[in-house]
Ligand binder design. Structure first.
Ligand SMILES: [Zn+2]
Length: 447
């Protein structure tokens, strides 16, 4: 790489590298990081210098849990709007979830349809998860070979008819198949029997909704998943963990060498059940936002590594589906553009560092998906960056969000951390919240 002329040097007094934060100059050529040099390093002839002063240069965030819904439910979201929101929020790579689009990503033909739709609209790099359904076991290997990063399944109803859940026997079958070719299964872990047994009280009270999605549903599903992963020596990932009661199970599984990773989301880590107003279904998602005491334990689990990463689970719908009845409103929270400041605001309050945030929101999700070219400011990786003013604050105005339906649980919140610019393979893709042209690529699993 030394013989490629440096095109760009990005300089900051605070560059977050895998070894820590330091003043540095980052050299870029051909879209890759070619050197991380001393702050005062001479800028090579012909190279452009961008000096960010004391604003922090961090690796672009990797969000492995985004529902783009395109094609098919584009009135909910789409690749153009979702990736613009991502770029504005400091995210440079997203992985799209296989459901809520029509078709869902459950065959290679469907994957190709989705890729064609995404290609010209991607403002950030976009990869795809496949879906594991009761009747598509034969499609899993071809999807793996076609470059999906792994397979998502549900263990309870998904919310859309075209994406049915797996029962325990079907889970075993799919997991054995996926393990046979070295793939990854990512799981919406809520047990249907516990959900069926829980009381459903229609209406606007958040407490009623919370009671309808009990912690035991998560705990039991995760326990069953761990048992299956152990039996098959399979690699599994727990999506959007909310119940802190499952943490000891997960920690024990990890200690035993079971190949399990876990994510949580900004809403579980920054919002609490106690603060959700009656009828405010912009706060509804499944599993639900739980109590403040539960949230404290999730933060402890991030600190000790029981939870690996933080991703958005951005799952929008049109505003009319967000009715005031929690039992029937669409479940999904939109936060793609706000994840970094939301998490940084809470992290700093809890004495955590920006290095921690970068680990949880960039390095760990990149590692989960095997995105070796993403997730760190390091020689040889893609020149993907976010420039953040961590001490600056702003108040969330839904009108400034780029995702399609400007419904958000964060409206009116004052957050720390302003994303000044975002860079993808050495080209600026957002400037003070305004995305530029779509230059994202479609990614396929390489390993
Ligand atoms: Zn989701």
């Amino acid at each position: 790489m030394a013989d490629v002329a440096v095109e760009l040097v990005l300089r900051s007094t605070r560059v977050i590298t895998p070894e820590g934060t330091r003043a540095a100059s980052v050299a870029v050529a051909g879209g890759k990081i070619t050197a991380v040099l001393a702050y005062e390093a001479e800028v090579p002839a012909g190279a452009r210098l961008e000096d960010f002063g004391d604003d922090v240069l961090l690796p672009g965030l990797v969000d492995t849990h985004v529902h783009v819904n395109d094609p098919g439910r584009t009135e909910w979201e789409g690749f153009w709007t979702a990736t613009r929101a991502a770029a504005a929020g400091g995210i440079t790579t997203i992985l799209d979830m296989p459901l809520n689009s029509l078709p869902p990503t459950t065959t290679t033909d469907n994957l190709r349809v989705k890729q064609e739709v995404a290609r010209a609209k991607a403002h950030v790099d976009v990869g795809f998860w496949g879906g594991a359904l009761p009747d598509n076991v034969k499609d899993l290997r071809p999807l793996h070979d076609a470059g999906v990063y792994g397979f998502k399944c549900f263990l309870s109803p998904s919310g859309v008819d075209e994406f049915p859940e797996l029962d325990q026997e079907q889970l075993a079958t799919s997991l054995a198949e996926i393990t046979g070719f070295g793939g990854l299964l990512i799981v919406h872990a809520e047990d249907p029997h516990h959900l069926d047994a829980a009381p459903v009280v229609p209406g606007p009270k958040y407490a009623d909704f919370l009671a309808s999605r009990p912690r035991d549903a998560e705990n039991t599903a995760i326990g069953n998943l761990i048992a299956q992963a152990k039996r098959l020596n399979a690699r599994v990932h727990v999506l959007h963990l909310s119940s802190s009661d499952a943490l000891p199970l997960i920690a024990a599984a990890k200690a035993e060498g079971i190949k399990i990773t876990v994510e949580s989301c900004p809403h579980y880590l920054t919002l609490t059940a106690e603060e959700v107003p009656d009828g405010a279904s912009e706060f509804k998602c499944c599993p639900p936002i739980r109590e403040a005491a539960n949230q404290d334990l999730l933060w402890d689990a991030l600190a000790d590594g029981t939870i690996d990463c933080i991703v958005s689970d951005h799952s929008p719908s049109t505003a009319d589906l967000k009715t005031s009845d929690f039992s029937t409103a669409w479940g999904g929270i939109s936060s793609l553009q706000l994840g970094l400041p939301a998490i940084w605001t809470e992290a700093r309050r809890r004495g955590r560092t920006l290095e921690d945030v970068v680990r949880w929101m960039s390095a760990a999700p990149a590692a989960l998906a095997g995105l070796a070219q993403k997730g760190a400011i390091e020689v040889g990786r893609d020149a993907d960056f976010a420039v953040l003013a961590p001490e600056e604050t702003f108040t969330v105005d839904p009108a400034e969000l780029h995702h399609r339906n400007q419904v958000t649980a964060y409206a009116g919140k004052t957050l720390h951390g302003v994303v000044k610019s975002t860079w993808l393979r050495g080209a600026q893709i957002a400037d003070h919240g305004t995305p530029t042209e779509p230059t994202g690529l479609l990614l396929e699993r390489q390993n």
